[in-house]
Ligand binder design. Structure first.
Ligand SMILES: Cc1ncc(COP(=O)(O)O)c(C=O)c1O
Length: 412
């Protein structure tokens, strides 16, 4: 990788009050990792913890570890830690299933709680799984319709026909952030419920579900939470709604007393009703490490650093990459964006491949978006400087213009 990092950038890193967290991650040397919004980095504590869990708790403790090592409490314990990152209270978040499955559970619960209302409202460019699950529900329940509107037209599309609104807080492609307080307020004025997908927010962006009186939320465990590939997701349901909303997946872990093995389903009275089956203990242990690490960092500093890193990246692109057909898609105003920076270029795919070959790992979202995730816990100002320099170099030298970089890999 090129790049002399100037002393004023080094000074910013030295003054960064959360810089020491980087040492708690096992990042390969020579890599600038800007894809933590797709798959978070590996905390150094994860491998020893999983080793201990497998060899001791499973190998030696066997089934006794459900009690002796509180495997049974992990979904709630990790949920309570995630709650501290999103402004929720203890008992409002539980770890379960995947984000897609959790969206299904919450949409179905919301529709049942708003009888007579026909609309699931979302936006046309929402993350595909959110739209697909909503479409699947419309196919299951013929009285329901999906109303998908332009991202900027959501507020005016909320009316008394809407049962539930499903939005991704930080847009997965553009990085644009919705005004959660304003949209939630409007939803409530119209009597609708709202589900926020926090996949691109949790752990990197200031979210205060309690302050905006949010109803429901979901989010991924493997992005900024650093839970590892395929880590389980989380569900948030406000305490005031927990008695009313019912999961459509009435599995035994959602029962009020799973180990009584009663013949009839009786939902738990609390957030546990959104559990379905046996929790993935190994994956939960990985997620717990990632979440605990984030929870150690002061929230304000974490979110402020994310904004500063994003601003530096955009500034450097504006200054050094002009004239090569690159467009900054993410809002320049930190209040209007999340924690990734997206750039548009017609040759976005080979450009990102060329960058990855140089050790700067971002990703590509079709048709033309280069995406750079900014994880404040392990990235430095020097990383951002180097990444922008490498991008400039790839553009100036047209390093991307080869058959090798143009050939598509299965995962982008
Ligand atoms: C906004 C959003 N929702 C959901 C998902 C993925 O959901 P799942 O974990 O069920 O694959 C992603 C993955 O990138 C996402 O960006």
């Amino acid at each position: 990788m090129t790049a002399e990092v100037p002393s004023f950038i080094q000074a910013r890193d030295e003054a960064d009050p959360i810089r020491m967290f980087r040492q708690r991650f096992s990042l390969p040397p020579g890599i600038v990792y800007l894809d933590g919004n797709s798959l978070g980095a590996l905390p150094t504590a994860t491998a020893p913890r999983l080793d201990e869990l497998v060899r001791q708790e499973w190998g030696v403790g066997l089934i006794r570890s459900w009690n002796s090592h509180d495997w049974i409490g992990a979904s709630r314990r990790v949920g309570d830690k995630i709650a501290t990152l999103v402004g929720a209270r203890a008992g409002e978040v539980v770890v379960a299933d995947s984000t897609s499955v959790n969206i299904f559970k919450l949409l179905m619960a919301a529709i049942a709680a708003r009888p007579g209302r026909k609309i699931i409202l979302s936006e046309t460019d929402n993350f595909p799984t959110d739209l697909y699950v909503a479409q699947g529900i419309a196919a299951l329940l013929p009285q329901q319709t999906v109303r998908a509107v332009d991202p900027g037209k959501v507020l005016e599309a909320i009316d008394k026909d809407v049962a539930v609104i499903l939005l991704t807080h930080v847009h997965y492609k553009t990085g644009q952030k919705y005004d959660m307080a304003r949209i939630t307020k409007r939803a409530h004025e119209c009597g609708a419920l709202i589900i926020w997908d926090l996949s691109h927010s949790t752990g990197a962006v200031d979210v205060d579900l309690g302050a905006v009186d949010a109803d429901m939320a979901v989010g991924c465990g493997y992005k900024y939470l650093n839970g590892g590939p395929g880590a389980p997701a989380f569900v948030y349901v406000a305490k005031r709604l927990q008695g009313e909303l019912k999961s459509p997946i009435t599995g035994w872990f959602g029962h009020a007393a799973p180990f009584e093995f009663a013949g009839n389903f009786q939902p738990a009275t609390d957030i546990n009703r959104f559990l379905s089956g046996t929790p993935p203990v190994l994956a939960l242990a990985g997620l717990e490490i990632g979440v605990a690490l984030l929870a150690e960092a002061p929230r304000k500093l974490l979110f402020q650093k994310s904004q500063e890193l994003c601003s530096l990246f955009i500034e450097r692109i504006d200054k050094t990459c002009q004239g090569y057909g690159l467009e900054v898609v993410t809002p320049r105003d930190p209040q209007e964006r999340g924690s990734h920076v997206s750039l548009r270029h017609p040759e976005g795919y080979p450009i990102i491949r060329a960058l990855i070959a140089r050790g700067v790992i971002g990703d590509f979202r079709a048709p033309d978006i280069l995406r750079f995730g900014i994880a404040p816990l392990y990235l430095s100002f020097a990383d951002i400087w180097r990444a922008a320099d490498a991008l400039r170099d790839v553009l100036v030298t047209r390093q991307w213009d080869t058959a090798e970089f143009k050939a598509r890999a299965p995962v982008t």
